[in-house]
Design a protein. Structure first.
Length: 160
């Protein structure tokens, strides 16, 4: 964690910018023509040349590290995007399958309903059964037959 923070700072634009300024200053002092003849700068020319070379190598390393890190991050992002695309495609297929299953179930239910209606239509009404599936009383139940008073219903229940 601390190492990541170090490399993030070392390869940041700010740090590389400071390294670039140091490189420019060292190169100006070490490699500028006639700099060795200026009395205030002459003692630092050899050291400035060494610093310029070291900073140049350091910047090359840091920039290379940053490029490699960005390539690895881009590779990871491409893998993540590919995974998300595959998941999205799988969810599309699942939705299509779900819709097809729902349609098949609806068709099956409609066919069963039609078969049930046809079967119910073929049944003959029995006067012993006063239940009408459509919520109406049958003719015999409304006239005060023994079934309507409950006497035969109790005897039929007791017989079972």
């Amino acid at each position: 964690m601390l190492g990541d923070a170090f490399w993030d700072f070392a390869t940041s634009y700010f740090a590389l910018g400071l390294d670039g300024l140091l490189l420019i200053a060292a190169a100006a002092v070490g490699y500028f023509p006639f700099a060795q003849y200026i009395p205030a700068v002459a003692p630092y020319v050899k050291a400035a040349r060494l610093v310029a070379v070291i900073v140049l190598l350091l910047m090359a390393f840091l920039i290379g590290f940053r490029v490699a890190d960005e390539r690895e991050e881009a590779k990871n992002l491409r893998a993540t995007i590919a995974t998300q695309r595959a998941d999205l495609e799988n969810s599309r297929k699942a939705r299509a399958d779900e819709a097809a299953r729902a349609d098949a179930i609806a068709e099956g239910a409609q066919a069963q309903y039609a078969a049930d209606v046809e079967y119910i239509g073929q049944l003959k009404a029995d006067d012993r059964c006063k239940f009408d599936p459509f919520g109406r009383l049958r003719d015999g139940a409304a006239r005060g037959s023994p079934a309507a008073t409950g006497s035969s219903a109790r005897s039929a229940a007791g017989a079972r």
